[in-house]
Design a protein around this ligand. Structure first.
Ligand code: PAF
Length: 281
C-alpha cells in the first residue's frame, strides 16, 4: 500500500493504472478506522483492481468545533488496518491540500437534507457534499463505498451523484455491529466503560422495536422507542424518526412505504451516537 499526501501525486499514480484499464474504487473515511470501515475496504478490494482509501477529518462538516477537536486521529493504526485489508492507496491530505481556499459551494438536496441530522447539525451535509464531491473529482472512481449506519448521508450522496451526474456507482454497505449489537463507530472510542454499557440500550431498543412493530402502529412504535431511551440510564434522545427510506420523510402508517427505516440519534454522556434499523424493505 502506498501512502500519498498530495492530490497531484495520487492523480499521477491513478492515471497510469487507469491507462492499464484498471478499475478504481474509493472508500472515503475520516480515519479512526474500525471493523465497519474494514468491511467497506474489503468489499472495495474484492470489486475493484485498485482501492483508494481517503483518511481526512473534514473540518467543513463539523458544526460543533469541540466535536472536530475531539475527533480521534489514529493514522498509524489506520495504515496497519488498511494494509491488512489489501488497500492500494491511503490518501491522507492536509486541510490546506484539500481547501487551499475556503470552499464556498452550497449544496441543497431538499427535502433529504432538511430532516433529522439536517435539523440538528446545520451545515453538516453541505460539508459532506463539499468533501465527497472533491474526492470524486480527484480520484474519479468507478465505485465509491459508504456505510448504511449514516443512512441519511448515503441517501444524500446518492442524490448528489444523480443530480450532478458523477459517472460512478455508489455502493451502500450494511452496518457492522459489536457481538452485543452496538453499531461500530469511531466515536465509540470516546465512551467510558459505563457509557459503553449504557450505549448498548440503543441497539437493544431498536431490535426490540422491530418485534413490537409487527403488532403495533407507527405512532406506537415511535413511542415505544422514545420511552425506552428516556428511561435508560445515561442516555438522552435527540430524535427518533420513522421514515420512508427513499424520501427520508416521516411516515404515519406502515402502508405509506415499502421501505420503512427508524433513524435514531442519542447522546451517551457527551458522545453523540447514531444508529438505524429497517422495519420494512
Ligand atoms: O462518513 C464519514 O466518515 C464522512 O462523512 C465522509 C463520508 C468520509 C466525508 O468526510
Amino acid at each position: 500500500m502506498i501512502t500519498v499526501h498530495s492530490i497531484k501525486e495520487l492523480q499521477l499514480q491513478l492515471e497510469g493504472l487507469r491507462k492499464e484499464g484498471k478499475s478504481v474504487g474509493l472508500v472515503p473515511t475520516m480515519g479512526a478506522l474500525h471493523q465497519g470501515h474494514a468491511s467497506l475496504v474489503k468489499r472495495c478490494v474484492a470489486e475493484n483492481e485498485v482501492t483508494v482509501v481517503s483518511d481526512f477529518v473534514n473540518p467543513t462538516q463539523f458544526n460543533d468545533p469541540n466535536d472536530l477537536l475531539k475527533y480521534p486521529r489514529t493514522l498509524d493504526a489506520d495504515r496497519e488496518l488498511l494494509e491488512a485489508c489489501g488497500a492500494s492507496f491511503l490518501f491522507a491530505p492536509s486541510v490546506e491540500e484539500i481547501y487551499p481556499e475556503p470552499d464556498t459551494r452550497q449544496f441543497s438536496f431538499a427535502p433529504l437534507d432538511t430532516v433529522m441530522e439536517g435539523i440538528y447539525r446545520p451545515g453538516h451535509f453541505n460539508g459532506v457534499c463539499q468533501i465527497v464531491s472533491k474526492l470524486f473529482d480527484i480520484v474519479k472512481p468507478d465505485r465509491a463505498y459508504f456505510g448504511e449506519k449514516d443512512f441519511q448521508q448515503l441517501a444524500i450522496i446518492r442524490e448528489m451523484v444523480k443530480q450532478m451526474k458523477f459517472p460512478l456507482e455508489i455502493v451502500g454497505c450494511p452496518i457492522v455491529r459489536e457481538a452485543d449489537g452496538l453499531a461500530l463507530s469511531s466515536r465509540n472510542a470516546r465512551l467510558s466503560e459505563e457509557e459503553r454499557k449504557n450505549a448498548l440500550k440503543i441497539s437493544q431498543t431498536l431490535f426490540e422495536s422491530r418485534n413490537f412493530a409487527a403488532a403495533h402502529t407507527v405512532e406506537e412504535t415511535k413511542r415505544f422507542v422514545e420511552e425506552a431511551i428516556a428511561q435508560a440510564p445515561g442516555l438522552r434522545l435527540e430524535y427518533f424518526s420513522l421514515v420512508n427510506g427513499w424520501t427520508l420523510q416521516d411516515i404515519s402508517q406502515w402502508e405509506d412505504t415499502d421501505y420503512a427505516v427508524g433513524c435514531i440519534t442519542v447522546f451517551c454522556g457527551e458522545v453523540r451516537l447514531i444508529d438505524n434499523i429497517k422495519y420494512k424493505e
